[in-house]
Design a protein around this ligand. Sequence first.
Ligand SMILES: CC(C)(COP(=O)(O)OP(=O)(O)OC[C@H]1O[C@@H](n2cnc3c(N)ncnc32)[C@H](O)[C@@H]1OP(=O)(O)O)[C@@H](O)C(=O)NCCC(=O)NCCS
Length: 143
Amino acid sequence: MATYSNNMKQDLPSDREAVLRVAAMPKESNTGGSIFGGWLMGQVDIAAGIIAIQRAAGRVATVAVNNFHFREAVLAGDLVSCYAEVIEVGRTSMTIHVDVYSQRHLGAPGAAVLHVADAELTYVALDDERRPRTVPEESVDEP
Ligand SMILES: CC(C)(COP(=O)(O)OP(=O)(O)OC[C@H]1O[C@@H](n2cnc3c(N)ncnc32)[C@H](O)[C@@H]1OP(=O)(O)O)[C@@H](O)C(=O)NCCC(=O)NCCS
């Protein structure tokens, strides 16, 4: 039976929806038996990018990964869920916070939910010429 740190949670967050859920496949594993950090960073960039595109109502580019904390290893077979939210809006930029949880041994004895990473990334809204454009006012009609 695997042992986990006190980072183990009982459940996924109930007050928000995951923007991305993806199974970590064996082909993403490194020689140490856990999933490549770069693979997880890619999933986080996709998840935060979706939120940035929604907020910017159009094209964006990642301009900075401000911080990325790998709290626990992700293992092949984990179901990875990314929760992302806008935490700051500038003139053309948006900063997004992402929490990542892994569901391990889903539906089996020893099932666990782990808070495996958190990160903060900045995106810039772009126009058709890929130049920075002003982030629009938040629409009250948007979900
Ligand atoms: C995104 C890009 C168009 C910004 O161009 P730029 O000339 O740096 O634009 P600006 O200096 O006007 O900065 C735009 C905004 O980004 C912010 N910004 C720029 N560099 C930043 C950094 N390192 N960290 C945080 N924010 C940054 C600025 O503060 C500004 O925000 P604000 O308008 O809300 O005040 C340009 O850097 C670019 O194309 N980068 C490549 C993006 C990309 O391809 N990403 C994927 C990599 S595979």
